[in-house]
Design a protein around this ligand. Structure first.
Ligand code: ADP
Ligand code: MG
Length: 728
């Protein structure tokens, strides 16, 4: 009888496999000289551009002034020469279409020179504008397929870089992606618009405080990326991970994460080798990777960079995910960025640390030692609280998607209810403000360790809270609901716009009051208590995982949008359209297109998952169960022939029951999938959630049950136990 020998062979191959781990030698590599060596950064620009061109370009990059088209040829020529010296043969416009991934089309620098040779060409026109066929990217109706034109437009604020590849290198130019009619077909354009909107409003507040120096306020982002590393031998035998990035079947292993022995534990050697090479690649691209550690779940890890301007941070984030995937492969591992690759253990997020900073380097969310005294900080902080109170639904919408649904609203960190954690010090200040004026700030004081040889430690004024979706962490907010696979541009676009609206409101109030003769201080003292009163229902410092909080949140009227389908109608609500059109972040048509694109993506994801499950149930799980049934039946029959009642009989009965159940659930899912849904794409999404997703859950239960019943040598799929604990 043929067993599931491929699984056993795979494990033997894995145990025997030797991966070369030592590929980098930092006794010979100088971090200082490789940092940013593949970036067309300020130093390279200064060295290679004529002075006036350099100055003009810097004005665009640093001050956001419109690009002088006259300098494009000069910049392009310098970029080309630099790139060719670095080994590049091609250039590409790199963009972030609505697929959530990145896109690139490479063109050679070299063309016939008119004689019999070749010459390197790269004009300013080619630098500024590209024209990829847009018809195969999601547009949500923004563009009919016969109007295929789409344009990529150079984003000078994110420097071009060299991507080293096998057999050559490519000059990569970060770009925005727009339709022929000028509508954003990507994630970068709205993000840039939202940064502008926030800057404009934040500057109004700063001017009221007499700040005449700052010319721009930037949002800053630092993203902590969680990921799994699984040995590629296993992946080859898991159609679900290959197709969907996650396991669709898999019984709970006897040991999961319950011993809490994985978080911050010693990092396995192969993993640390991957991390080191990832960081090496990041360094060359000027991506400031900072922290590496084991995460909570087995085989789960984290990489955190140092924060940067949002636009750059997002581009770097997208590159980092790519580097993680490619580097893991070199070491025989697959990097899983899906939000929930394995049921029953933690999923992965991408904590989005966010703040606002002036071009003169002042972090506007820095409370100082005495926040009650720092009116400017209180204004910016209150703007964030007010924004979440008013637009919590939008914040939830900003991280929706089929894969992130497995985390948010599915009994995992953080919940789908958007609340703000402030910590004890700020909560105390806020409560004082609400009652009138804040007069004191609780101090952190010193920490008594009880051990005389240990140094005395200063205590932070507020504790941390790991369960809150939007937590104030010292001098920034940490938005924890972003999914590990998501492009963080979407979340930051919404966050920036929400806060811009609050800053606008507050600036208007203050300006009015001052015009009517009030001092700034009185104006603030009149306004802040009102804002706190209106917004404080969104503040929650307790455990966000508990059932009590969910009940309490409902009482407070906070939205609890449990899944993507619940979120989607928000996109085209009047309030949303008003908000985004007012600050020129999205047009109405752009929002409508997003509603279609997200619904389509949801339906497609679920359809692929359901079809993969059906294939696995029919061609892998049921056949192995039926083989086991045959073995058991033979045991029973031979027992009978020998005149004994075989103990295999009870097992046989149970296995037959499980097979019948699995067949039933397979048929039910098949039926759900083949049902024709009337209506719009949103109706399809709703149907997929209510019927297809539900049927998938049922089929998984019986598939997982079979895994725990049948002979191990007949089971074809690498198990959780193997994937999670042998991938080291
Ligand atoms: P953790 O939440 O794991 O304790 P840290 O507090 O060390 O992590 O920082 C997490 C992230 O926050 C890092 O990427 C860091 O660069 C980023 N960060 C720090 N300050 C800011 C800021 N002002 N704006 C945006 N991100 C910031
Ligand atoms: Mg964090």
């Amino acid at each position: 009888m043929g067993g599931a020998t491929s699984r056993q062979e795979t494990i033997s191959a894995l145990v025997a496999s030797k991966v070369v781990l030592n590929r980098l030698n930092y006794r010979e590599i100088s971090c200082k000289s490789i940092y940013g060596c593949n970036v067309f950064n300020e130093d390279v620009q200064k060295a290679r551009l004529p002075k006036p061109v350099f100055k003009a370009l810097q004005k665009t990059i640093k001050l956001g002034q419109p690009l002088d088209p006259g300098i494009a040829d000069s910049v392009a020529a310098a970029m080309r020469d630099w790139a060719i010296e670095k080994g590049a043969t091609h250039y590409c416009h790199w963009f972030q279409p609505m697929t959530g991934a990145t896109a690139e089309k490479h063109d050679s620098f070299f063309g016939p020179d008119g004689g019999s040779g070749t010459a390197a060409e790269f004009s300013g026109k080619e630098l500024i504008k590209g024209e990829p066929d847009a018809s195969s990217f999601p547009s949500g109706g923004l563009r009919a397929t016969f109007e295929a034109r789409g344009y990529t437009a150079w984003d000078p604020t994110s420097p071009a870089f060299i991507l080293e590849q096998p057999n050559g290198a490519t000059l990569v130019i970060p770009t925005a992606f727009l339709s022929w009619t000028g509508e954003a077909l990507d994630k970068k354009t709205p993000l840039l618009r939202s940064m502008e909107a926030l800057s404009t409003q934040a500057l109004r507040i700063l001017r009221l405080f007499g700040n005449t120096e700052a010319t721009k306020v930037f949002t800053t982002v630092g993203t902590e990326q969680e990921y799994f590393l699984i040995d590629k031998h296993f992946i080859a035998l898991r159609p679900d991970i290959i197709n969907c990035g996650r396991t669709l079947f898999g019984a709970r292993p006897p040991k999961g994460q319950e011993l809490e022995d994985q978080y911050f534990a010693s990092i396995p050697e192969r993993v640390v080798a991957i991390m080191a090479e990832v960081e090496h690649e990041c360094m060359k691209l000027g991506i400031p990777a900072k922290t590496r550690h084991n995460e909570v779940a087995p085989a789960q890890y984290e990489l955190a960079p140092i924060f940067e301007l949002s636009n750059l941070a997002v581009d770097h984030q997208m590159m980092t995910m790519e580097i993680l995937r490619k580097t893991a492969e070199k070491y025989g591992m697959a990097c899983l960025l899906h939000e929930k690759p394995f049921a029953g253990i933690n999923g992965s997020g991408k904590h989005n640390n966010w703040s606002m900073s002036t071009d003169t380097g002042e972090n506007l969310l820095n409370p100082g030692d005495t926040p009650h005294d720092n009116a400017q900080f209180l204004i910016f902080c209150a703007a964030c609280i007010r924004a979440v109170a008013r637009y919590g639904g939008l914040l939830r919408l900003s991280v929706c998607g089929a894969s992130n649904d497995h985390r948010l609203g599915a009994n995992e960190a953080p919940p789908a209810i958007m609340s703000v954690f402030l910590g004890s010090q700020l909560t105390d200040v806020v409560e004082q403000i609400e009652k009138g004026a804040a007069k004191t700030s609780k101090a952190g004081g010193m920490f008594e360790t009880g051990v005389s040889v240990l140094p005395k430690l200063p205590r932070d004024a507020g504790d941390r809270n790991r369960t809150s979706p939007f937590a104030f962490t010292g001098n920034k907010f940490e938005f924890r609901a972003v999914g590990s696979s998501q492009n963080p541009a979407g979340a930051n676009t919404i966050l920036n716009t929400m806060v811009a609206e609050s800053l606008d409101y507050m600036a208007t109030e203050l300006e009015k009051a001052i015009k009517s003769g009030k001092t700034l201080n009185t104006a603030i003292q009149d306004m802040l208590p009102k804002i706190i009163k209106e917004s404080k229902h969104v503040i929650f410092n307790g455990d966000n995982y508990t059932e009590e909080w969910h009940k309490e949140a409902e009482k407070r009227g906070l939205p609890n949008l449990k899944n993507t389908v619940d979120c989607l109608p928000l996109i085209t609500e009047k309030g949303t359209i008003d908000l985004f059109t007012k600050y020129k972040v999205y047009t109405k048509r752009e929002l409508e297109s997003r509603a279609v694109i997200f619904a389509e993506a949801y339906v497609k994801t679920l359809t692929i998952e359901a079809n993969t499950m059906l294939m696995m149930a029919k061609t892998m799980i049921l056949p192995s169960a039926i083989r086991y049934q045959t073995e058991l039946a033979q045991a029973v029959a031979s027992g009978k022939a020998a005149g004994i009642e075989s103990p295999a009989y009870e097992t046989l009965k149970a296995v037959v029951e499980a097979i019948v159940d699995c067949q039933k659930k397979t048929a039910a899912l098949e039926k759900a999938c083949s049902h024709h849904v009337e209506g719009e794409v949103y109706d399809h999404a709703k149907y997929a959630r209510d019927k297809v997703f539900a049927a998938m859950g049922e089929l998984r239960k019986t598939g997982d049950k079979i895994e725990t019943m049948i002979a191990d040598d007949l089971w074809p799929l690498p198990t959780y136990r193997e994937m999670l604990f042998l991938s080291r």
